[in-house]
Design a protein around this ligand. Structure first.
Ligand code: IPE
Ligand code: IPE
Ligand code: MG
Length: 246
């Protein structure tokens, strides 16, 4: 998928919320004869360029998959690296993000498996950027779509909601961020065609765009290419296409 300029996009149809599965770091490193962790490190530049590119495009919500509830299965050294990496990323980048009016928040389970100092950085960053308005950057971290739904169900039961009172709003209100609109577009890098437990509820009607680019090579032009593809799609939501456009 060749990279696209922002000016080539229809400015009136920029998706409000874009979700990205940042995949392919390990393969990027392996192809260079480097340890997998170098691939994660190289993903930082990709993330920042994508964030600034999203801001320039007027995207209001960007959600990125940084660590899944299944990623704990990886070798301890890689998990440890990823924990430290995300902690450092917050420390070194949060002032820049704050200066650009980006609200940073975390979606996921804040359980005992996440080291305490990482949780501390998360809370500090959320507190610092809570009032920011330009864009919300959600980091899905120790996130699983099934875990999110299990957590929502637990809350519904705890709240004593009667079975026949449960509807979609009952669930939506108990997702990790009830105010987050569903993503219009989900992008996955590295040529894998799957969801891998990302945003199961929220992606119900999202357009899915897959690219072979490995995450560390991803730049804003690749984000715009995905939006360009999105703008060519015909979204129907189970109804029929607009007859005027036929
Ligand atoms: C994505 O890259 C980053 C995380 C899952 C944390 P991978 O580490 O999955 O890279 P590949 O898929 O093995 O190439
Ligand atoms: C999904 O990628 C999780 C993140 C990008 C954080 P994985 O690399 O973990 O997914 P699978 O194992 O290929 O499904
Ligand atoms: Mg992967």
């Amino acid at each position: 998928m060749p990279s696209v300029e922002l000016t080539a996009l229809d400015a009136d149809r920029i998706p409000r919320h874009v979700a990205i599965v940042m995949d392919g770091n390990g393969r990027w490193a392996q192809r260079r004869g480097l340890p997998r962790t170098d691939g994660h490190a190289a993903g930082e530049e990709a993330l920042l360029d994508t964030v600034w590119g999203a801001l320039d495009a007027g995207i209001r919500y960007l959600t990125v998959y940084a660590f899944s509830t299944e990623n704990w299965k990886r070798p301890v050294d890689e998990v440890r690296f990823l924990m430290g990496f995300n902690e450092r990323l917050l420390m070194t980048r949060r002032d820049e993000l704050h200066a650009k009016d980006v609200k940073v928040q975390f979606l996921g389970r804040r359980d005992w498996r996440v080291p305490r100092r990482v949780l501390k950085r998360i809370t500090e960053t959320e507190d610092l950027t809570r009032g920011n308005r330009a864009m919300t950057l959600s980091m899905a971290f120790n996130y699983g779509g099934r875990a999110e739904l299990v957590d929502a169900v637990r809350e519904i039961v705890r709240d004593g909601v009667k079975a026949d009172k449960v509807d979609e709003r009952t669930i939506r209100r108990r997702l990790y961020d009830p105010d987050l609109p569903d993503p219009e577009l989900m992008v996955r890098t590295s040529g894998e065609y799957r969801i891998s437990n990302f945003l199961l509820w929220e992606l119900a009607y999202s357009e899915l765009v897959f690219t072979d680019v490995l995450w560390p090579d991803f730049r804003r032009g690749d984000l715009y290419a995905a939006i360009d593809e999105f703008q060519r799609r015909d979204r129907r939501f189970g109804g029929l296409a607009d007859p005027d456009e036929g």
